[in-house]
Design a protein around this ligand. Structure first.
Ligand code: R5P
Length: 289
């Protein structure tokens, strides 16, 4: 197997190759003046079993087009097999027809990735694992909870309570809690499907005097975490840290969370960010073996 670090995951792809002791083939990459992407494989991939590592943020649409083009390109250059590793899979939250007439974006994208020539698909903490059923090829979700839990343990945060801000991420809290032997639970969150406004309720969790790690699959505007942190701090929580797999952090998100009482924000490196201290390279390397 050889690793091809795509333009959006050059660092992570190279780390995966180093961990597996595999050759990595660089992609020459540039943007044309009008914004279109140019990609060129700098070595032959003919007959090779290739693992392409390419995340889809930022910018989702551009990174997705690059992903589709390079999968097809690898196949047309003679790769025998293309394993597609997308550390952060964009559009995964639109996984259901919530309102009549809506498109289920993640299903459409998975169909496109398969038609482009993917033989296998891997991602990390997909918003809903069941979405992978749209694929007709081997498709795996890798759990960043492993590396997050190990990081939390090393961090020395005393007797943390692991909190999911909503029911959706309870499995993340459960996996981390069980791995480090910590108590876990969830708040309740509702989102207005038209305005996007969220309401978080946390009556069932008593965090007085506790250190709390709020865990979620992704942080976008930081609104979900900020709402949860406010409730925790008002309820007497000691230290509140926020940890996510995918730190998308749109403008103002970090400040919003800190302003609500969060003491520290951490993420993995599925997308590049200033808070991506936890690497998923070992997780991807293990998943590809
Ligand atoms: C939603 O279900 C996700 O798991 C996240 O909780 C959400 O997308 C985070 O978004 P934001 O940071 O904008 O609140």
């Amino acid at each position: 197997m050889i690793i091809v670090p795509g333009p959006s995951s050059m660092k992570l792809g190279k780390e995966v190759a180093a961990l597996l002791g595999l050759r990595s083939v660089a992609v020459e990459y540039k943007n044309f003046p009008d914004g279109e992407s140019y990609q060129r494989l700098t070595e032959s991939v003919g007959g090779e079993d290739v693992a392409l590592v390419h995340t889809t943020y930022p910018n989702q649409d551009k990174r997705l087009v690059e992903l589709l083009i390079i999968i097809d390109g690898l196949k047309s250059l003679g790769a025998a097999k293309v394993r597609v590793v997308v550390p952060y899979m964009a559009y995964a939250r639109q996984d259901t027809r919530f309102r009549e007439g809506e498109v289920v974006s993640i299903n459409s994208l998975f169909k496109m990735i398969q038609s482009a020539g993917a033989d296998e698909f891997y991602t990390v903490d997909l918003h809903k694992e069941a979405s992978l059923s749209a694929f007709g090829i081997k498709a795996r979700n890798l759990y960043a909870t492993e590396v997050i839990a190990d990081y939390l343990k090393r961090s020395g945060l005393e007797e943390p309570y692991i909190l999911s801000p909503d029911k959706g991420a309870i499995m993340i809290a459960k996996r981390i809690g069980e791995r480090i032997g910590a108590e876990y639970g969830n708040f309740e969150k509702t989102r207005d499907r038209i305005t996007g406004a969220i309401t978080v309720k946390g009556e069932k969790v008593n965090a007085r005097g506790r250190n709390v790690a709020i865990v979620d699959d992704l942080i976008s505007t930081g609104g979900t975490i900020a709402n949860a942190a406010k409730i925790l701090k008002e309820g007497g929580a000691k230290r509140v840290i926020a940890i996510c797999s995918h730190p998308l952090l749109v403008a103002g998100a970090y400040e919003r969370m800190m302003g609500a009482g969060v003491d520290e924000v951490l993420g993995t490196d599925t997308v590049e960010s200033s808070i991506g201290k936890i690497s998923v390279a070992p997780l991807i390397a293990k998943g590809l073996q």
